[in-house]
Design a binder for this molecule. Structure first.
Ligand code: AKB
Length: 320
Protein backbone atom coordinates (compact mmCIF):
# COMPACT_ATOMS: atom_id res chain seq x y z
CA UNK A 1 0.00 0.00 0.00
CA UNK A 2 1.17 3.52 -0.79
CA UNK A 3 1.68 5.87 2.16
CA UNK A 4 0.56 9.11 0.54
CA UNK A 5 2.65 11.30 2.84
CA UNK A 6 5.92 9.75 1.61
CA UNK A 7 8.39 11.90 -0.31
CA UNK A 8 9.64 10.16 -3.42
CA UNK A 9 12.69 10.77 -5.62
CA UNK A 10 12.85 9.63 -9.25
CA UNK A 11 16.37 9.78 -10.69
CA UNK A 12 16.32 9.68 -14.48
CA UNK A 13 12.81 11.16 -14.42
CA UNK A 14 13.02 12.57 -17.95
CA UNK A 15 13.80 9.25 -19.63
CA UNK A 16 11.42 6.89 -21.44
CA UNK A 17 10.30 5.07 -18.28
CA UNK A 18 10.95 7.90 -15.82
CA UNK A 19 8.69 10.43 -17.48
CA UNK A 20 5.67 8.10 -17.27
CA UNK A 21 6.49 6.61 -13.87
CA UNK A 22 6.94 10.07 -12.32
CA UNK A 23 3.47 11.14 -13.48
CA UNK A 24 1.89 7.98 -12.06
CA UNK A 25 3.71 8.44 -8.76
CA UNK A 26 2.49 12.05 -8.64
CA UNK A 27 -1.07 10.77 -9.08
CA UNK A 28 -0.53 8.43 -6.13
CA UNK A 29 1.46 10.63 -3.75
CA UNK A 30 0.56 14.15 -4.89
CA UNK A 31 2.65 16.29 -7.24
CA UNK A 32 4.58 18.13 -4.52
CA UNK A 33 5.73 14.86 -2.91
CA UNK A 34 7.42 13.39 -5.99
CA UNK A 35 10.70 15.03 -7.00
CA UNK A 36 11.74 14.48 -10.61
CA UNK A 37 15.52 14.56 -10.97
CA UNK A 38 17.67 14.34 -14.08
CA UNK A 39 20.77 15.84 -15.67
CA UNK A 40 18.60 18.03 -17.93
CA UNK A 41 15.24 19.73 -17.34
CA UNK A 42 12.07 18.00 -18.60
CA UNK A 43 10.74 18.96 -22.03
CA UNK A 44 7.31 17.37 -21.46
CA UNK A 45 4.91 20.03 -20.15
CA UNK A 46 2.92 17.63 -17.94
CA UNK A 47 6.11 16.45 -16.24
CA UNK A 48 7.47 20.00 -15.88
CA UNK A 49 4.25 21.45 -14.48
CA UNK A 50 3.08 18.70 -12.16
CA UNK A 51 5.73 18.84 -9.40
CA UNK A 52 9.27 19.76 -8.35
CA UNK A 53 12.28 19.21 -10.60
CA UNK A 54 15.91 19.05 -9.45
CA UNK A 55 18.87 19.00 -11.82
CA UNK A 56 21.23 16.32 -10.57
CA UNK A 57 24.10 14.14 -11.71
CA UNK A 58 23.85 10.77 -9.97
CA UNK A 59 27.67 10.64 -9.92
CA UNK A 60 27.83 13.81 -7.79
CA UNK A 61 27.73 12.35 -4.27
CA UNK A 62 27.76 15.75 -2.54
CA UNK A 63 24.82 17.11 -4.55
CA UNK A 64 22.89 13.86 -4.03
CA UNK A 65 23.43 14.13 -0.25
CA UNK A 66 22.22 17.74 -0.22
CA UNK A 67 19.14 16.79 -2.23
CA UNK A 68 18.29 13.96 0.17
CA UNK A 69 18.78 16.19 3.24
CA UNK A 70 16.48 18.81 1.71
CA UNK A 71 13.57 16.44 0.97
CA UNK A 72 14.02 13.50 3.40
CA UNK A 73 12.97 10.89 0.82
CA UNK A 74 11.18 7.71 1.88
CA UNK A 75 11.47 6.09 -1.55
CA UNK A 76 14.00 6.37 -4.37
CA UNK A 77 13.50 5.11 -7.92
CA UNK A 78 16.93 5.10 -9.56
CA UNK A 79 16.39 4.79 -13.32
CA UNK A 80 19.42 6.60 -14.78
CA UNK A 81 21.56 4.28 -16.92
CA UNK A 82 23.45 3.97 -20.18
CA UNK A 83 21.57 1.34 -22.26
CA UNK A 84 22.90 -1.57 -24.32
CA UNK A 85 23.74 -0.02 -27.70
CA UNK A 86 25.11 3.29 -26.38
CA UNK A 87 27.08 1.43 -23.72
CA UNK A 88 29.12 -0.39 -26.37
CA UNK A 89 30.33 2.96 -27.75
CA UNK A 90 31.93 3.96 -24.46
CA UNK A 91 32.09 0.90 -22.20
CA UNK A 92 34.15 2.49 -19.40
CA UNK A 93 31.76 5.39 -19.04
CA UNK A 94 28.73 3.05 -19.16
CA UNK A 95 30.27 0.98 -16.36
CA UNK A 96 31.04 4.11 -14.31
CA UNK A 97 27.57 5.63 -14.65
CA UNK A 98 25.69 2.37 -14.16
CA UNK A 99 27.75 1.06 -11.22
CA UNK A 100 28.87 4.22 -9.38
CA UNK A 101 25.39 5.66 -9.82
CA UNK A 102 23.88 2.58 -8.18
CA UNK A 103 26.39 2.61 -5.30
CA UNK A 104 25.73 6.30 -4.69
CA UNK A 105 22.01 5.63 -4.43
CA UNK A 106 22.34 2.51 -2.26
CA UNK A 107 24.76 4.25 0.15
CA UNK A 108 22.63 7.37 0.29
CA UNK A 109 19.56 5.25 1.03
CA UNK A 110 21.37 3.60 3.96
CA UNK A 111 22.72 6.90 5.33
CA UNK A 112 19.41 8.74 5.04
CA UNK A 113 17.28 5.77 6.18
CA UNK A 114 15.30 5.67 2.94
CA UNK A 115 12.65 2.98 3.36
CA UNK A 116 12.55 1.56 -0.18
CA UNK A 117 14.69 1.70 -3.31
CA UNK A 118 13.66 0.61 -6.81
CA UNK A 119 16.30 -0.11 -9.45
CA UNK A 120 15.59 -1.58 -12.89
CA UNK A 121 17.49 -4.51 -14.29
CA UNK A 122 17.03 -5.91 -17.80
CA UNK A 123 16.87 -9.02 -19.98
CA UNK A 124 20.42 -7.88 -20.88
CA UNK A 125 21.68 -9.78 -17.80
CA UNK A 126 21.34 -12.92 -19.92
CA UNK A 127 23.86 -13.95 -22.57
CA UNK A 128 24.68 -16.38 -25.37
CA UNK A 129 24.75 -19.47 -23.10
CA UNK A 130 21.40 -18.67 -21.44
CA UNK A 131 18.44 -20.82 -22.61
CA UNK A 132 16.69 -18.49 -25.07
CA UNK A 133 13.11 -19.76 -24.85
CA UNK A 134 11.17 -19.20 -21.63
CA UNK A 135 14.34 -18.12 -19.89
CA UNK A 136 13.96 -19.16 -16.24
CA UNK A 137 14.30 -16.87 -13.22
CA UNK A 138 17.52 -18.60 -12.26
CA UNK A 139 19.76 -19.79 -15.04
CA UNK A 140 23.13 -19.31 -16.75
CA UNK A 141 23.99 -15.61 -17.05
CA UNK A 142 26.91 -14.64 -19.26
CA UNK A 143 26.07 -11.13 -20.53
CA UNK A 144 28.47 -9.82 -23.13
CA UNK A 145 27.49 -6.15 -23.29
CA UNK A 146 28.80 -3.68 -20.72
CA UNK A 147 25.18 -2.74 -19.99
CA UNK A 148 24.30 -6.39 -19.29
CA UNK A 149 27.41 -6.90 -17.16
CA UNK A 150 26.60 -3.77 -15.13
CA UNK A 151 22.99 -4.91 -14.64
CA UNK A 152 24.06 -8.39 -13.55
CA UNK A 153 26.61 -6.97 -11.09
CA UNK A 154 24.03 -4.41 -9.94
CA UNK A 155 21.52 -7.16 -9.22
CA UNK A 156 24.02 -8.92 -6.97
CA UNK A 157 24.78 -5.64 -5.15
CA UNK A 158 21.07 -5.01 -4.58
CA UNK A 159 20.75 -8.48 -3.04
CA UNK A 160 23.92 -7.80 -1.00
CA UNK A 161 22.59 -4.52 0.45
CA UNK A 162 19.35 -6.29 1.34
CA UNK A 163 21.03 -9.29 2.97
CA UNK A 164 23.87 -7.47 4.76
CA UNK A 165 22.28 -4.13 5.62
CA UNK A 166 18.54 -4.81 5.44
CA UNK A 167 17.97 -2.18 2.72
CA UNK A 168 14.63 -2.84 1.02
CA UNK A 169 15.75 -2.75 -2.63
CA UNK A 170 13.43 -4.17 -5.30
CA UNK A 171 14.07 -4.77 -8.97
CA UNK A 172 12.59 -6.02 -12.27
CA UNK A 173 14.34 -7.35 -15.36
CA UNK A 174 12.53 -5.28 -17.98
CA UNK A 175 12.15 -6.51 -21.54
CA UNK A 176 12.15 -3.84 -24.30
CA UNK A 177 9.73 -1.10 -23.28
CA UNK A 178 7.39 0.53 -25.77
CA UNK A 179 5.49 3.76 -25.13
CA UNK A 180 4.23 6.78 -27.04
CA UNK A 181 5.02 9.57 -24.57
CA UNK A 182 8.83 9.57 -24.68
CA UNK A 183 11.46 8.05 -26.92
CA UNK A 184 13.93 5.47 -25.64
CA UNK A 185 17.61 6.30 -25.81
CA UNK A 186 20.30 3.95 -27.02
CA UNK A 187 18.79 0.48 -26.58
CA UNK A 188 18.67 -2.59 -28.82
CA UNK A 189 14.87 -2.79 -28.55
CA UNK A 190 14.34 0.87 -29.60
CA UNK A 191 13.28 -0.11 -33.12
CA UNK A 192 9.93 -1.25 -31.71
CA UNK A 193 9.11 2.34 -30.71
CA UNK A 194 10.55 4.06 -33.76
CA UNK A 195 8.61 1.80 -36.12
CA UNK A 196 5.26 3.25 -34.96
CA UNK A 197 6.45 6.83 -35.52
CA UNK A 198 7.69 6.04 -39.04
CA UNK A 199 4.51 4.12 -39.90
CA UNK A 200 2.36 7.11 -38.97
CA UNK A 201 4.62 9.52 -40.83
CA UNK A 202 4.17 7.39 -43.98
CA UNK A 203 7.91 6.67 -44.17
CA UNK A 204 9.66 3.45 -45.11
CA UNK A 205 11.11 2.06 -41.88
CA UNK A 206 14.75 0.95 -41.94
CA UNK A 207 15.05 -1.74 -39.28
CA UNK A 208 18.43 -2.35 -37.62
CA UNK A 209 17.43 -5.93 -36.69
CA UNK A 210 16.63 -8.76 -39.10
CA UNK A 211 13.03 -9.76 -39.75
CA UNK A 212 13.06 -12.91 -37.59
CA UNK A 213 14.74 -11.48 -34.50
CA UNK A 214 12.39 -12.31 -31.62
CA UNK A 215 12.79 -10.29 -28.41
CA UNK A 216 10.73 -9.99 -25.21
CA UNK A 217 8.82 -6.68 -25.13
CA UNK A 218 6.29 -4.86 -22.95
CA UNK A 219 3.89 -1.95 -23.36
CA UNK A 220 4.58 0.94 -21.00
CA UNK A 221 1.29 0.80 -18.99
CA UNK A 222 2.18 -2.80 -18.07
CA UNK A 223 5.73 -1.78 -17.11
CA UNK A 224 4.43 1.03 -14.88
CA UNK A 225 1.90 -1.29 -13.27
CA UNK A 226 4.51 -3.99 -12.64
CA UNK A 227 6.87 -1.44 -11.09
CA UNK A 228 4.27 0.07 -8.77
CA UNK A 229 2.83 -3.35 -7.83
CA UNK A 230 6.29 -4.63 -6.94
CA UNK A 231 7.28 -1.56 -4.93
CA UNK A 232 4.00 -1.52 -2.99
CA UNK A 233 3.79 -5.26 -2.30
CA UNK A 234 4.26 -6.31 1.35
CA UNK A 235 7.94 -7.09 2.02
CA UNK A 236 7.22 -10.73 2.90
CA UNK A 237 5.96 -11.34 -0.67
CA UNK A 238 9.27 -10.23 -2.20
CA UNK A 239 11.28 -13.44 -2.23
CA UNK A 240 13.67 -12.49 -5.05
CA UNK A 241 16.13 -9.82 -3.99
CA UNK A 242 18.32 -9.65 -7.05
CA UNK A 243 15.68 -9.00 -9.75
CA UNK A 244 12.44 -10.55 -11.01
CA UNK A 245 11.98 -11.87 -14.56
CA UNK A 246 9.08 -9.98 -16.15
CA UNK A 247 7.24 -10.82 -19.35
CA UNK A 248 4.33 -9.66 -21.50
CA UNK A 249 4.90 -10.50 -25.19
CA UNK A 250 7.56 -11.56 -27.63
CA UNK A 251 7.68 -10.63 -31.31
CA UNK A 252 9.93 -10.11 -34.32
CA UNK A 253 10.17 -7.06 -36.62
CA UNK A 254 8.16 -9.04 -39.17
CA UNK A 255 5.35 -9.63 -36.66
CA UNK A 256 5.14 -6.02 -35.45
CA UNK A 257 5.03 -4.96 -39.12
CA UNK A 258 2.09 -7.29 -39.72
CA UNK A 259 0.35 -5.87 -36.65
CA UNK A 260 0.85 -2.27 -37.90
CA UNK A 261 -0.36 -3.23 -41.41
CA UNK A 262 -3.76 -4.15 -39.91
CA UNK A 263 -4.16 -0.35 -39.48
CA UNK A 264 -1.78 1.03 -42.14
CA UNK A 265 -1.85 -1.54 -45.00
CA UNK A 266 0.77 0.20 -47.17
CA UNK A 267 3.40 0.47 -44.40
CA UNK A 268 6.82 -0.58 -45.69
CA UNK A 269 9.89 -1.90 -43.91
CA UNK A 270 13.43 -2.71 -45.10
CA UNK A 271 15.97 -4.66 -43.05
CA UNK A 272 19.51 -3.37 -42.54
CA UNK A 273 20.90 -5.21 -39.50
CA UNK A 274 23.82 -3.44 -37.80
CA UNK A 275 25.92 -4.08 -34.68
CA UNK A 276 22.77 -4.21 -32.54
CA UNK A 277 21.85 -7.52 -34.23
CA UNK A 278 24.66 -9.23 -32.33
CA UNK A 279 23.35 -7.87 -29.03
CA UNK A 280 19.80 -9.01 -29.83
CA UNK A 281 21.09 -12.47 -30.79
CA UNK A 282 22.68 -12.84 -27.35
CA UNK A 283 19.41 -12.13 -25.49
CA UNK A 284 16.45 -14.39 -24.69
CA UNK A 285 13.55 -14.62 -27.11
CA UNK A 286 10.97 -15.17 -24.39
CA UNK A 287 10.95 -15.02 -20.60
CA UNK A 288 9.44 -17.21 -17.88
CA UNK A 289 8.06 -14.84 -15.25
CA UNK A 290 6.13 -17.40 -13.19
CA UNK A 291 8.04 -16.41 -10.03
CA UNK A 292 6.76 -12.81 -10.30
CA UNK A 293 3.26 -14.18 -10.97
CA UNK A 294 3.39 -16.37 -7.85
CA UNK A 295 5.11 -13.96 -5.45
CA UNK A 296 3.22 -10.71 -6.05
CA UNK A 297 0.52 -11.54 -8.60
CA UNK A 298 2.05 -10.15 -11.81
CA UNK A 299 -0.16 -10.32 -14.93
CA UNK A 300 0.24 -8.19 -18.08
CA UNK A 301 -2.75 -6.63 -19.86
CA UNK A 302 -1.39 -5.90 -23.37
CA UNK A 303 -0.47 -8.24 -26.22
CA UNK A 304 1.04 -7.09 -29.53
CA UNK A 305 -2.19 -6.17 -31.32
CA UNK A 306 -3.67 -4.38 -28.29
CA UNK A 307 -0.44 -2.41 -27.94
CA UNK A 308 -0.35 -1.52 -31.65
CA UNK A 309 -3.91 -0.20 -31.56
CA UNK A 310 -3.23 1.94 -28.49
CA UNK A 311 0.17 3.19 -29.72
CA UNK A 312 -1.18 4.28 -33.11
CA UNK A 313 -4.24 5.93 -31.56
CA UNK A 314 -2.23 7.95 -29.06
CA UNK A 315 0.63 8.84 -31.38
CA UNK A 316 -1.87 10.05 -33.95
CA UNK A 317 -3.58 12.23 -31.32
CA UNK A 318 -0.20 13.69 -30.35
CA UNK A 319 0.79 14.39 -33.95
CA UNK A 320 -2.58 15.96 -34.96
C1 AKB B 1 17.97 -2.03 -24.31
O1 AKB B 1 17.58 -2.41 -25.43
O2 AKB B 1 19.15 -1.79 -24.02
C2 AKB B 1 16.93 -1.89 -23.21
C3 AKB B 1 16.79 -3.13 -22.41
C4 AKB B 1 16.20 -4.34 -22.99
O3 AKB B 1 17.18 -3.14 -21.27
N1 AKB B 1 15.67 -1.54 -23.78
Amino acid sequence: MANTTDTVLVIGACGQLGSELTLELRNMYGGANVVAADIAAPKQADLRDSGPFEKIDVLDVKAMGELASKYKFKQIYHLAAVLSATGEKNPKFAWKLNMDGLFNVLDLALEQKVERVYWPSSIAVFGPSTPRQNTPQQTIMDPNTVYGISKQAGERWCAYYFEKYGLDVRSLRYPGLIGYKALPGGGTTDYAVDIYHKALEGEIFECFLSENTFLPMMYMPDAIKATLDLVHAPAEQIKVRDSYNLSAMSFSPEEITASIRKHIPDFEIVYKPDSRQQIADSWPQSIDDSTAQQDWGWKPAFDLDAMTEDMLLNLKKMKD
